[in-house]
Design a protein around this ligand. Sequence first.
Ligand code: ARG
Length: 487
Amino acid sequence: MTKGKSTKLFIALAIFFTFLIPSIHAASAAETDPYLKKIQKNGELRVGLSADYPPYEFHQTIKGKDKIVGFDISIADKIAKDLKVKPVITEMNFESLLGALKTGKIDMIISGMSPTPEREKEVDFSDTYMRVDQKVIVRKVDQNKFKSTSDFQGVKVGAQKQTTQEELAQNELSGSTVMSLQKVPDIILNLTSNKIDAAVLEGPVADAYVSQNKALAYAKNVKFANGQKDTAIALPKGSTALQDKVNASIKDIKDSGALKKYQATANKQMFLEESFFQKYKDYFLKGTLYTILLAIVGVLFGSILGSLLALMKLSETRWLRWPASWYIEFVRGTPLLVQISIVFFGTQILGLNLSAFLSGCIALSLNSAAYVAEIIRAGISAVNKGQMEAARSLGMTRGTSMRYIILPQAVKNILPALGNEFVSVIKESSIVSVIGVGELMFVTGVVQGASFKPFIPLVITSLIYFVLTFGLSRLLGVAERRMKTSD
Ligand code: ARG
């Protein structure tokens, strides 16, 4: 080989390695990364977050319309734009986010989340886009009581559930009792109403609340040893191609100074002025409608399934009786909260991508069915045994006597109890707020966060629930009296 030839060969090889190998690598990453493909195919980027976190992500009414805003949202928009897809924001409790990402309910979490070793076992993280300090806030009157992390002996400290703040409170505020709460507004409410005496919050969030609420102040001299935390985007494990894209967007945001602008906008949006009622009446209205809808669907399908179960339970065949009894026992013996989570996350594992609302409806119906079944069974059993014997001795079959003699009498026992069940379903539907269904309890949390008023929204909501349930029981009372007079 001549010298010239070998140089050419060398150059050719160099070109091959610099260009071809990385592109092979990139191609194989895209192939083994179904996550990016799925996003591109659906044309949607489903971003999960907990919008109780101003200025990261929070609700704000802009021109009479509820929107989730904040710099995390701007980041989500930017990433979606770079991927040429539409951003879809999915809201839920912070503690539910990792589960939702792992089961594929969402494509990524942009919710002020910090990478931690435990989380890194479950999901991958993008490059960090921010590094912030953790702060302790207290009631202003107590400001001088807390001078260092050792002044928290026996003090009740609030933090959001399953967050790094919770961990920090446990590890560094020695002797304190940590109260873990689901939503940041709950922490503030507990603090201002003396239920807890301090709270650990992410720096920017603490700033937002202290500037909004004159009764709150920083415990200035309390400094954590591990108080600096990174913020990054959580991605499904092994989503390397998606991760590359996200990192490129983050780099862009940081280098161009866009992040600073996002933050400035978010800070401005926190303090838009409008009257409380004007701003939030639509939230309550919508929440109430959802609550009513959930209750109606729950009771309706609950009654259908419940009647079936009751008939099964009353049947003479053991193979019908047993499953029905076990179902009823199981449902009545487990918390609704657990059932809702099972339906919401379980359907995803089975490959059904149900919306939170649909999951909520199903869970409520399945739950209500067990109670309705018992109501119907009890109603039927309460009819005097002699009635059946008399009917049978007149030559009627079991079926006809059931239909013409027993059921008409049983209905009088059943209907009032069914009305009460309706009332309970209205109240219990509040639990589906945990999976992010926008019913009354959920919007209450939203308004609490957006308005920085932790208490008033609760009062309003309790009044709405009361009007609903009281109105309904009155209506049922009238119906019951009518039925009595028709006897
Ligand atoms: N940075 C903390 C963590 O990762 C708390 C984040 C809470 N985010 C929220 N949107 N509420 O644990």
